[in-house]
Design a protein around this ligand. Sequence first.
Ligand code: NAD
Ligand code: ZN
Length: 278
Amino acid sequence: MQAEQLPVHNTISQAAALIRASDHVVAMTGAGMSVESGIPTFRGKDGLWTRYGQPPMDGFKRFREDPVGWWQKQVNRQMDAHMIELRDALLAAQPHAGHHALVTLERAGVLHHVITQNIDGLDLKAGLENLIEIHGNRSRLRCVGCGRRTSLGDFVPQEPPEPCDGCGDVVKFDTVMFGEPMPSDTMTAAREQIDRATCVLAIGTSASVRPASGLLWIAKSQGATIVEINPFETKLTSICDVVIRTTAGEALGHLAGMFTQSAAERPDGPVSEVRYGA
Ligand code: NAD
Ligand code: ZN
């Protein structure tokens, strides 16, 4: 079924009805989830790649060829301009109303798990507990050999990290680089959640980064309903049951309100007049 384009407040009510009818609700978030915290996306209007150009897709290969030189560039701030902008945004960012709304939905027992493609750690900072960071967390390090993760405690390394305590192999950021195999622990955990899901909220994702995005089509093929929250159309839109065409912060704030306010308190009026090309 293709979702009709309805006013935003109607689609939020429809999404709430789907969620109420579901016994396992999972959210899959992407870079758009953190735009309202000041972190740009890669693709789309104002995206880092749109402004700086798409980088080569062989980052992991280049890291493996020269890990010492790679870390020196990080420490000396000699990375590509788009990575410097992303790092500075990560340093400044705080969770916004949408992250807090996810926590509200989790604590209300409505949202059971979040799979994020984001590496910014904002879901954890907001207090979300049932979280899979499928592309890693930029404030952690991970051993290439045994997969052991340690905290960097910051987004900025002061010096290149020591080799792994456990196996002696090279250590990198926990974030999954282009060309790097996905860590199997997080991918397996994400697949388990998708297999259980009866409703998936796809929030702020272009649904174009594989294999993470493939989980959304698997969920649909297994009978889950899909709610998209995104100001713009994506590859996923045509298979969604409900499409909420506004920002993550606005949509999730109102969605959380549907589950925490009594019927008498709930505003049935418009959530805002903002419309994004819908
Ligand atoms: P993407 O950059 O491909 O797409 C972002 C999506 O967010 C777009 O569909 C866009 O329409 C939507 N969007 C823009 N503003 C929004 C808003 N305010 N509310 C809701 N949606 C909004 O992102 P992706 O699909 O997540 O994939 C990009 C990859 O880049 C991910 O794997 C992720 O690891 C990485 N990334 C992460 C961050 C972060 O951690 N914050 C930032 C940039 C990129
Ligand atoms: Zn190791």
